[in-house]
Design a binder for this molecule. Structure first.
Ligand SMILES: Cc1ncc(COP(=O)(O)O)c(C=O)c1O
Length: 380
């Protein structure tokens, strides 16, 4: 089945009692024992139908064998690391990844005796140089946050395969509609489903997709750590997934329109969007992505206070943290996702005080562009 059909019909457990088409909210924590399925049913084990429905949709979208949903993106990511690594192991982790993942990798893994190598760039040769005889896992994220730089997925997956490592990719920004890493040789995808998969800025959740073999270990660790997803959030995630392809296609289109409009403005020093010919990874984006995503980053000319005057005049676009919802929202990475870094480190990454990250929603593109142009005019 194609993505749009998967989103409607995969992971569907219609209500047998009433004939309703939707998977019901199965709220029981206590289930008959022995259960007719011969399984012990319990929500922390992620095996109720309400939990399985969205997990199966996401697995089918990612072209993977097994999916599992989690209580947050970080629950998904930390569970993957802790299920596949043990004391004495080493992993290689890209430097420009989501701040929460970076904090976990830099601060917490060492306490469990797991060491980390961070390549100086995302160039495959630099990644390969970090691999040691103890390396077990290679973790990366593409497009990256906030400047949308890309990693060559096929090359990284090949390096991991050559060295017998498990490769893991955070596919949150791209979504499985725009990018299917498992088809390119990656072993595991992780998601903050709080973003595009849920899509309405009303649930926190995460997801993992992998082979059955790897999922046995991940699911086992989820049982221990307890990061399973509650029933109401599963229902909303499943409902949100039904419109994922429609939303993402609209966001791809809107983001390109907004990126082109920003590129034309003399108030903007730099626009970062993989769909623009000016983006350093545009050719790679065309090879490995079906759409370029809904996130646009841009750096304004002038000072922080001038940037703040611009954002104060926006009305359709809201200043808010998070991304991937139906509404357009904007944030300053230097005081949110990248606040823990020092100014020098941020500058080395290309993030300044006037760099803004816009998550483009599904409003009419003319209204989004008019909002930006109006705010430029009002604040000049
Ligand atoms: C790329 C990426 N991965 C993971 C996460 C963590 O997800 P959550 O906030 O759902 O735990 C985020 C959150 O912003 C993110 O942007």
């Amino acid at each position: 089945m194609k993505d749009s059909t998967i989103c409607i019909h995969e992971g569907s457990y219609p209500d047998a009692n009433e004939g309703g088409l939707n998977t019901p909210l199965y709220l029981s924590t206590a289930h008959l024992f022995p259960h007719p399925s011969n399984e012990i049913r319990y929500p922390r084990y992620s095996n109720t139908f309400t939990q399985r429905a969205p997990a199966e949709k996401i697995a089918a979208l990612e072209h993977g064998e097994k999916g599992l949903v989690f209580s947050s993106g970080m629950a998904a990511i930390t569970t993957v690391f802790l299920s596949l690594l043990e004391a004495g192991d080493h992993c290689v982790v890209q430097s420009d990844i989501y701040g929460g993942t970076r904090r976990f990798v830099a601060q917490d893994l060492a306490r469990y005796g797991i060491s980390v190598g961070v390549p100086e760039s995302n160039d495959p040769a630099a990644v390969e140089r970090e691999i040691t005889s103890r390396t077990k896992l290679l973790y990366f994220e593409t497009p990256s946050n906030p400047l949308l730089r890309l990693v060559d997925i096929e090359k990284i997956a090949r390096i991991a395969g050559d060295h017998g490592l498990v490769s893991v990719i955070d596919n949150t920004f791209a979504t499985p509609i725009n990018q299917k890493p498992l088809d390119m040789g990656v072993d595991i995808t992780v998601h903050s489903g709080t973003k595009y998969l849920g899509g309405h800025s009303d649930i926190a959740c995460g997801a993992v997709v992998s082979s059955e073999r790897l999922m046995e270990r991940i699911a086992d660790m989820q049982k221990s750590l307890g990061g399973s997803l509650d029933c109401f959030s599963c229902f909303l995630l499943d409902r949100g997934l039904k419109t994922l392809p429609l939303r993402v296609q609209m966001q791809n289109k809107n983001a390109l329109t907004v990126a082109r409009a920003l590129e034309r403005s003399d108030r903007v020093r730099e626009v970062h969007y993989p769909g623009l010919e000016s983006h350093p990874d545009h050719d790679l984006a065309r090879r490995q992505m079906k759409g370029f995503g809904g996130i646009v980053a841009f750096t304004l000319e002038g000072t922080l206070s001038e940037a703040r005057r611009f954002t104060e005049h926006l009305s359709v676009i809201k200043g808010a943290i998070s991304l991937g919802g139906v509404e357009s929202i904007l944030c300053y990475p230097f005081e949110t996702s990248h606040a823990q870094l020092g100014p020098k480190e941020r500058e080395a990454m290309g993030i300044t005080e006037t760099t803004l990250r816009l998550s483009v929603g599904i409003e009419d593109p003319e209204d989004i562009v008019a909002d930006i142009e109006g705010a430029f005019a009002a604040s000049s």
